[in-house]
Structures are given as structure tokens and as C-alpha cells.
Design a protein. Structure first.
Length: 701
């Protein structure tokens, strides 16, 4: 398929001149993402441009139509008569042609220059022919009766409306790069001797030492030189658990120290950081994605050649069989009727209604082409953390020593953990909520990398992971040891509760799988769509979730750059991939996939890198997008068949192929039929409002 190659200079010229968005958005990839810095404003500018021209043109069109002699004859009313009344339509029609028709005239020149005629060429040609023929009639030249002023006015207004709708549906260009930059703090605390100074991020240099306080983001890539802390790296790696980082280990800009302070020596700043690398991956993936033209543009290109050939043949045949006046009148009628009134609205109306319906169902469409392509998807690749799972740990298993009550063990653990902000601590507190009353704890102390301890009921109580057991060198009861071994094999995190010199209990914690995830996997399988899962989590964690949900293929321990590569691998196998994710680490893969789908509750980066955004956390909304894409595509095809079919049938009639049996389609009759075809297209598009899109309802199909 030939595709437009529009330069940034062309886009800028289009913005200034009002050229149709087709020229401007040709430089956008299949997910609707911009490749240039100014394109984000470009779509907004085009929408405003077409909106303003539409309303001004609509006001001008009213007197043009009312004072048109042909329109008055068709409707059957007496045109108002007063001195100069006959010049209202020509004068205002000329203003309308130059103002409202300007985007289409410049679009015609751009398409002709590119040697790729399409919708703009067809519209520009029709309004130019109508304009010249109408002036010839108004001036009484050649004895023609081609008063097309009213048709010219309606054509321009309808086309401006269609393009305004289209520009609004296209949405804003990608802002993923800005969202990535927002992950970094505005400033950092630089350490020089005993002096702490808050400095702008841009003032940091390699070799500087910075202080990262609990809850703060790491300002630059570096190495820990003092302290130990649990870091939340999920926005970079996708790993749902926090990771302990101590002296000598590397940390990445944008990650969060959850519990303790660190001193970090800066190893990389600016473009050398891992976050900047992800930023480059997003941009590269967006640039490398294939482009596609809208269906209406392709149909218009074919229709242009059809109309041009029909016009030439009509002129030659009528010139040979009739008079030059007959040849000109028939040819003008053919060229005006060939203009795609209905074709200009066939796609934009469906897009507008589809995006509106999708939004009401919690599916926000950022790229019309992404929604259109959802119908072709044969593989859906889900990120695990925050998409199929809730992205936060829950207590799934409890094992207690002989003589210890489960509720009592949870309450004792919660007494320690309610003073901690660690994600695993919050999970313990939630699990104990509503059970046995939580006792009071005193002398709370955090032991970085090991756990926490406090005095409860006069005894020292500790809770922590494997490091705590190694340090305490206590014997674990066989019942607890057997249970925890099974949990670890299944990918669970394990915390042990110690009181004094004995192990009281162990808790297994996993990232909770969403209840609706199984429904969406089953529903996709029923539609013949394969389901894959990708995650930065360990193999045993990923395989456990994959088995539970019945997923076809699992990719585990995958870094951000590898997620991008895995999408490319699936595409290389011939799969049409929809990627569903919610984290920064998903952004390159979302951009690389045929269709990127972001969970709206996720990060701004994921949202900005996707063509479709699920406003809520329900992955079943993917089914809504597929259903709406299939239904919307059917409506597009129906409208295109009707709109193009009308032109294919009406053009020969306007050319006079049935003149031998006494039937010739008059210009007035052709114009009326053209308007009726537009109404049919509009009504057919409205039927999309009757499609039922509830995710739960779709899941049961």
C-alpha cells in the first residue's frame, strides 16, 4: 500500500494554510502518535480550524441556498426578489468557496504535488467545477443552466463538518516523553561533607553524592555508598515486590526508596540514565510503527480516477453526439455528482460515535486507527502487575506452629507492621483487619533488609523475610517449613513471625489476581484469540499466575527493553498484537505493538504511549474495544459501500448512458439524491448507539 511521507515542513505549512488533516496526520503512526514536537498542537489546531470554518461557512451557506434559483425550483418556493437579489448567491458563494473551501483547495494541490490523489482532490475538483459553472450561469455565459451555488454551499459545509469530526476523533498526539520526564524529582539533596544542599536536577554531575530520603525518588542513576533500603522499582522493571538495595548496588533514576534513607553516588545523569533510555525506546517504537491511510481516503482515490475518466468520456461522447453546450453541462454534472458528500461523512461519523460509545463504556480512544485495528487482533499480550493482578500483595496463606491460633498470629504480626509503610506490611495489616483485636506495640524498630521488631505483651516480637531467619538461627517447625517451601516454589513471598526464641507463624503473600482476569482470558479464547502474559517477576511467580488464568504463553523476568523485543518477536511470528499494560516499563512495548492499550489507573507514560486507554482497572474492557472495533468497522464498510456505490451508479446516469431511452439525470435531481445518500449514511452510523458494550455482558458471550 502506498503511504504518504509528509515532512515536518509540510505539516507546518498545512497548519498555517488550513490544509486538511490528512496531509498533517499522514506523519503519524498507526497508533496515532506524533513524530514531531509540534504535531501535538497540530491536531488541536486542525480541529479548531475546521470548527471555526464550519460555523462561519454554515452562516454564509444559509442565504446562498435560500437565494439559489435551482434550490427554489426544487423545493417549490418563490425566491425573494429585490434589487441585487440575484447576486447574493454568487457573491456569498464566492466568499464561501475561498474561505470554507480553502483547506480543500490547498489539499488538492498537496495531493496533486505528491501524485497521490484522494479525498481532497475529489472535493477540490468538485467545488472548483461547481464554482466556475455557477459563475458562468450567473453571468449568462454559454447558455448553461448550471446554478450549483446551493450545492457548492452544502458540499463545503458538509465536508468541513466531516473533517472537524475527524480531527476531534484523532485526539492529541502522544505526550509520553513529557510523562517520562515527570517521573524524576525537580530537585535533589546533594551531600558535600556535612553540608546538605537542595539543588536543581540539572546541576547534578557524575561523582556527586545525593541523599535519598524515605519515600523520595532517586534523582539519577548511581551506586549506593551508605544505607540499605527497600526500593520500589516497579515503574522501571515491572517487578511487583520491592527490592533491597545496599552498599555497592546500583539504583535507577525514578525509583522510590520506601523505608530508609540512602546515600547514592551519581553515575549517570540526563541522557545517560536508564529512564532516558526507555524514553528513546518509546520514540523509536513510535517512529518504526507502520502507517496506514483511512479507508475513506483509499476509496476516494479510486473514486477520483473513476470520476476523471467518466468526465473525459462524457465530454468526448456528448461532443461527438451533441453540442458543445451539452458536453460541458453533462461533464460538469458528472464531476459535481461524483463529489463524495456521503463518503466524506462515512468514516468520520462512525469514528465519532464509536469513540463516544467507547468512552461511555470506559474505553478511551486516543487513536482512531488503533480502534479500527482491534478487530484484526489475534494475540493479546497482558502485562501482569497492575493489569491481570492488582499490583499489591495480599496474604494468601498462613501456617502456624502447634498451639498458635491463626487469628492471633495475624494480630500479633499486624501489631508490628501497622507502624511500617512497606507494601508487605500493609498487606499483613489488611489481612488482620476485622479479626482478633490488634495488641499495642512499643519500641518499634526497623531493621533494613531484615524486617521489623517491637515489644508486644512484654516480649520481643520480630517479623521479616529469609534474612531474619538466617540471622536468628532458629529452628522452624516442620509444619511451617513444609508449607513455606511449597509457597516459595509457587512464587510467593514469605514472612516469618518470631516471638522470643521461637517461630510462631509464616505468611505467604502474592500479588492478587483480579477476579475478572479469568473471565477476559476465557472470553478471548472463545473468540479464537491467543492470550500471552509478560512480566518482570520471577518465573515461578509468572508461571503460577499463568496456570491459574489459563494463559497460552508466559514471558517472565523481562526487562523493559526485552518487553519491547518480545512484542517484536510475536509480530515476527505473524501475530497481530494488542499489548495491555499500566507501567512505565510497558511504554516501549505499548508503542511497538500493533495496538497499545493502557490501563487508565496506571502511569501517565503508559497512557500516553497507547492508542486505547481503559479508564478503569477492569481488563474485560479489552472485549469492549474488540466488539466496538468489529461493529464499527462493519458500519464503515456499509457506509463506504453505500456512498461509493451511489457515486458509481449516479455518475453514469449523470453522464447520460440512458439518454437513448429518454432518461437523463438532471443536475438538480442528482444533487437531491446526493443529499439523500448523506442522510442514509448518517442514519446508519447512528445505529452504533444501539450496540451493547458492558464488559461483563461481553464476557458471557
Amino acid at each position: 500500500m502506498d503511504r504518504h511521507e509528509t515532512t515536518h515542513g509540510d505539516i507546518r505549512a498545512a497548519e498555517l494554510s488550513g490544509t486538511d488533516g490528512h496531509a498533517a496526520h499522514a506523519d503519524h503512526d498507526q497508533d496515532g502518535h506524533s513524530h514531531g514536537g509540534h504535531d501535538h498542537a497540530g491536531h488541536d489546531d486542525h480541529a479548531v480550524l475546521f470548527r471555526n470554518r464550519f460555523w462561519v461557512s454554515l452562516v454564509l451557506a444559509v442565504p446562498v441556498v435560500l437565494f439559489s434559483m435551482m434550490f427554489a425550483d426544487i423545493v417549490g418556493y418563490a425566491r425573494p426578489e429585490f434589487p441585487g437579489a440575484e447576486w447574493i448567491s454568487p457573491i456569498l458563494g464566492t466568499v464561501l468557496f475561498l474561505y470554507g473551501g480553502w483547506p480543500f483547495l490547498t489539499g488538492l494541490l498537496a495531493e496533486v504535488h505528491a501524485k497521490q490523489p484522494g479525498m481532497m482532490t475529489l472535493i477540490g475538483m468538485a467545488i472548483t467545477v461547481a464554482f466556475v459553472a455557477s459563475w458562468a450561469t450567473s453571468l449568462g455565459l454559454g447558455g448553461f443552466d448550471l446554478d450549483f451555488w446551493w450545492e457548492l454551499a452544502l458540499l463545503i459545509v458538509i465536508m468541513l463538518l466531516g473533517h472537524w469530526i475527524e480531527m476531534r476523533a484523532l485526539g492529541a498526539a502522544s505526550g509520553a516523553l513529557d510523562a517520562l520526564a515527570a517521573l524524576l524529582p525537580d530537585s535533589a539533596v546533594r551531600v558535600r561533607g556535612e553540608e546538605l544542599t537542595e539543588v536543581p536536577l540539572g546541576d547534578l554531575a557524575e561523582g556527586d553524592v545525593v541523599l535519598v530520603r524515605p519515600g523520595a525518588r532517586v534523582p539519577a542513576d548511581g551506586t549506593v555508598i551508605d544505607g540499605t533500603a527497600e526500593l520500589d522499582e516497579s515503574m522501571i522493571t515491572g517487578e511487583s515486590r520491592t527490592v533491597a538495595r545496599g552498599v555497592g548496588e546500583t539504583v535507577v533514576a525514578g525509583t522510590v526508596a520506601t523505608d530508609s534513607a540512602l546515600r547514592v553516588r551519581v553515575d549517570a545523569v540526563g541522557e545517560a540514565t536508564a529512564l532516558a533510555g526507555i524514553q528513546r525506546l518509546v520514540a523509536e517504537a513510535q517512529r518504526s510503527s507502520s502507517r496506514a491511510q483511512a479507508l475513506a481516503d483509499r476509496a476516494a482515490a479510486l473514486l477520483f480516477y473513476f470520476a476523471a475518466i467518466a468526465g473525459v468520456l462524457t465530454f468526448l461522447v456528448w461532443l461527438a453526439l451533441g453540442s458543445p453546450a451539452d458536453a460541458i453541462e453533462r461533464t460538469v454534472t458528472v464531476l459535481v455528482i461524483a463529489c463524495p458528500h456521503a463518503l466524506g461523512l462515512a468514516i468520520p461519523l462512525v469514528i465519532a460515535i464509536s469513540t463516544e460509545r467507547a468512552a461511555r463504556a470506559g474505553v478511551l480512544v486516543r487513536s482512531r486507527l488503533a480502534l479500527e485495528r482491534m478487530r484484526t487482533v489475534d494475540t493479546v499480550l497482558f502485562d501482569k502487575t497492575g493489569t491481570l493482578t492488582r499490583g499489591e500483595p495480599v496474604v494468601t496463606d498462613v501456617a502456624v506452629a502447634s498451639g498458635t491460633d491463626r487469628a492471633e498470629a495475624l494480630a500479633l504480626a499486624a501489631a508490628l507492621e501497622r507502624s511500617s509503610e512497606h507494601p508487605l506490611a500493609r498487606a499483613i495489616v489488611r489481612a488482620a483487619d476485622g479479626g482478633t483485636a490488634v495488641p499495642a506495640a512499643s519500641e518499634f524498630r526497623s531493621m533494613p533488609g531484615t524486617g521489623v521488631q517491637a515489644i508486644v505483651g512484654g516480649e520481643r516480637v520480630r517479623i521479616g523475610g529469609p534474612a531474619l531467619l538466617r540471622e536468628s538461627r532458629l529452628t522452624v517447625p516442620d509444619s511451617i517449613a513444609a508449607a513455606t517451601a511449597a509457597w516459595v516454589a509457587d512464587g510467593a513471598a514469605v514472612l516469618h513471625l518470631l516471638r522470643g526464641d521461637s517461630v510462631l507463624a509464616a505468611f505467604g503473600l502474592r500479588d492478587e489476581v483480579r477476579a475478572e482476569s479469568r473471565e477476559v482470558v476465557d472470553a478471548l479464547h472463545r473468540r479464537g484469540i491467543r492470550v500471552a502474559m509478560i512480566t518482570g517477576d520471577a518465573h515461578q511467580v509468572a508461571e503460577s499466575v499463568g496456570r491459574e488464568l489459563g494463559i497460552d504463553e508466559v514471558f517472565a523476568e523481562v526487562r523493559p527493553e526485552d518487553k519491547d523485543a518480545k512484542v517484536s518477536e510475536l509480530k515476527a511470528r505473524g501475530a497481530r498484537v494488542a499489548m495491555v499494560g499500566d507501567g512505565v516499563n510497558d511504554a516501549p512495548a505499548l508503542a511497538r505493538a500493533d495496538i497499545g492499550i493502557a490501563i487508565g489507573a496506571g502511569t501517565d507514560v503508559a497512557v500516553e504511549s497507547a492508542g486505547i486507554v481503559l479508564a478503569g482497572n477492569d481488563p474485560r474492557a479489552v472485549l469492549t474495544a474488540i466488539e466496538l472495533s468489529r461493529t464499527g468497522y462493519r458500519k464503515m464498510v456499509q457506509n463506504l459501500v453505500w456512498a461509493a456505490g451511489y457515486n458509481v451508479l449516479s455518475v453514469p446516469l449523470a453522464a447520460g448512458v440512458l439518454a437513448g431511452v429518454g432518461f437523463v439525470l438532471s443536475p438538480a435531481a442528482g444533487a437531491v439524491l446526493m443529499s439523500l445518500s448523506t442522510i442514509v449514511v448518517a442514519l446508519n452510523a447512528q445505529l452504533l448507539r444501539r450496540v451493547r458494550l458492558a464488559p461483563a455482558e461481553l464476557a458471557r458471550r
